[in-house]
Design a protein around this ligand. Structure first.
Ligand code: ADP
Ligand code: MG
Length: 245
């Protein structure tokens, strides 16, 4: 691969007690690459994301971000969490804060920005996700799609090196899925490094550089979307695709 690696996992293994959830994972994500991760429920997709953000520890193997091993604790760990933005299925906004406060809060607390600088940047980002006019509202006053776009703006406010999306549209009503995917497509076009767990195959075809197919904690396929969708190698992937397409 010609591009500079940003995220590298080498021979990563993770267990929950007896359960071996990540098995010999080798994955390199280059700067500006968009990698879509798909696979059956329970195959380890969320765990993979959570280990990269160090929400979970691993029992063996190495994970590096921009050439540096993931930090163990303290301020370095807080910085890592800021550098690898994560967007979940549930939006996890602060219910008693306004949209603007939700996007500004960590900028002040973690990035130590002045409140007015943080608010200015928050407004720029809310504009970018099409929600500047909602800045004074509370999360409960927004639709699910709007809340998820706020969550994306909040992660971007930390100026992350990479963004991880774990089924960001799975909890949304169908008519709201596209407004969130559109924000993600734009991010991809702008060169953000992204790992996206999703069942949205249209997004994978249009925006992914690679599709990673996982089953039983292993990476079974890691190929271009064209190759993967037209000619999957493994029976597991063929079987999976026949069920969702
Ligand atoms: P996916 O996101 O692909 O559906 P997960 O990464 O959530 O899969 O889960 C992988 C496996 O790990 C599943 O068998 C799941 O039940 C198990 N698992 C996930 N989180 C935990 C946890 N906190 N404790 C114990 N087992 C877990
Ligand atoms: Mg999951």
């Amino acid at each position: 691969m010609a591009v500079d690696p940003l995220i590298e996992l080498r021979n990563v293994n993770k267990y929950y007690g007896e359960l071996h959830v990540l098995r010999d994972i080798d994955l390199t994500v280059g700067k500006g690459e968009v990698v879509v991760v798909i696979g059956p429920s329970g195959s380890g997709k969320s765990t993979l994301c959570r280990t990269i953000n160090r929400l979970e520890t691993v029992q063996s193997g190495t994970i590096t971000l921009d050439g540096q091993p993931l930090p163990e604790e303290g301020r370095a760990l807080a910085r890592l969490r800021a550098e690898v933005g994560m967007v979940f299925q549930s939006f996890n906004l602060f219910a008693h804060k306004t949209v603007l406060q939700n996007v500004s809060l960590a900028q002040v607390k973690v990035r130590r920005r002045r409140q007015d600088d943080a608010d200015r940047r928050s407004r720029e980002l809310l504009d970018r996700v099409g929600l500047l006019d909602q800045a004074a509202k509370f999360p409960a006053q927004l639709s699910g799609g709007q809340q998820q776009r706020v969550a994306i703006a909040r992660a971007l406010a930390m100026e992350p090196k990479a963004m991880l999306f774990d089924e960001p549209t799975s909890a949304l009503d169908p008519e709201m899925i596209n407004e969130v995917l559109e924000v993600m497509r734009k991010l991809a076009r702008d060169g953000m490094t992204m790992i996206v767990v999703t069942h949205e195959m249209g997004f994978a075809r249009a925006s992914a550089n690679r599709v990673v197919f996982m089953a039983d904690g292993r990476i079974v396929e890691d190929r271009s979307p064209e190759q993967f969708f037209t000619n999957p190698n493994s029976d597991r992937a063929k079987d999976f695709l026949s069920k969702i397409l």
